[in-house]
Design a protein. Sequence first.
Length: 388
Amino acid sequence: MHFLNLRHYAFALAGLLPLHTYAAANPDHVQAIIDEAVRPMMAEFDVPGMAIAVTVHGKSMFFNYGLASREDQTPVDERTLFELGSVSKTFTATLAAQAIDQGKLSLADHPGKFLPALKGHAIDRATMLHLGTYSAGGLPLQLPDDVADDAQLVRYYQHWKPAAAPGKLREYSNPSLGLFGRVTALALKQDFTDVMQNRLFPQLGLHSTYMRVPAAAMSHYAWGYKVNQPGRVHEDEVLAPETYGVKSNAADMIRYVQLNIDPAVLDAPVRRAIEGTHVGYLRAGELVQGLGWEQYSWPISQERLLSGNSEKMIWERNPMQLLAKPQLPVGPTLFNKTGSTSNFGAYVAFVPAQRIGVVILANRNYPIPARVTAGYAILEQLAKLHGE
């Protein structure tokens, strides 16, 4: 198994960025693009509120729709906090990449190295690479309902029966990425929630991004809606922090996208962590799987992007091929991640080579194909603004 020296990645990334500059995008034109993509979708799926942010060559723009709370009639703005769902996994991946860069963790490590109760069990045949790319051998999408505390979680992993050897199939999985995050925190000898909130988010300049929303920020926390009942995520669910527990707003998330597009502005250790999440390790269907992010060659058709984000890729076991070597993006690449909780839906996508990106946050868990279609339409039009 090969692992990438991340210190050399910045030079490869720089070669993907255009050397010429562009005039600023016309805000009215961008507004029209967003309106066309978003308003019909909100009406079709009865989405109470949405916050959309885009970045075009370093300039961020915000477009807010509807209500953060139907009961209080609070409008959405760029400070409104939404649950990110599985977009949280990209932050978990960034923390792991940081631990790897610090020499405290390796993708070749097995979880039993840091969680001895797993030694000698089938789960310990998987490496951190397998856990971080959903290729441990068939861990399911969700934990069983009867896994309600850490002791039950350990017993679950001890008794898990793989469907295949590690590295033979990809099955998108919270227990897989959750164990990846849990082991990362053990390697760092820190509590996962604490290290995310008190170290990683501040290092990224994300000052309105939370594992647990503090009292002072609760007035900005949207209510999510399932049918017509308002609700929010249960923060104490097992593996929630590692897999779907982050809350953020459009302003912070578009900054996060900009840092992924051009991490050179960050201190070197944090830059290398961001870059570490851009490396691809396996191919399954249309996508190349990295740590957190999924990758596609750009330009890409809407149909292929929808295929990579389809129910088949989320719910089923899919054949895969580990890449012979960790793969830097070859040519322009789209990175994306969807995320959902019971009451919220998110989509984030960006193309570093064209310096464009989009964040779509909503307080309803509406269908993923609709999110991807809207995000794709927005990116495609942003690229065309400058004749790309």
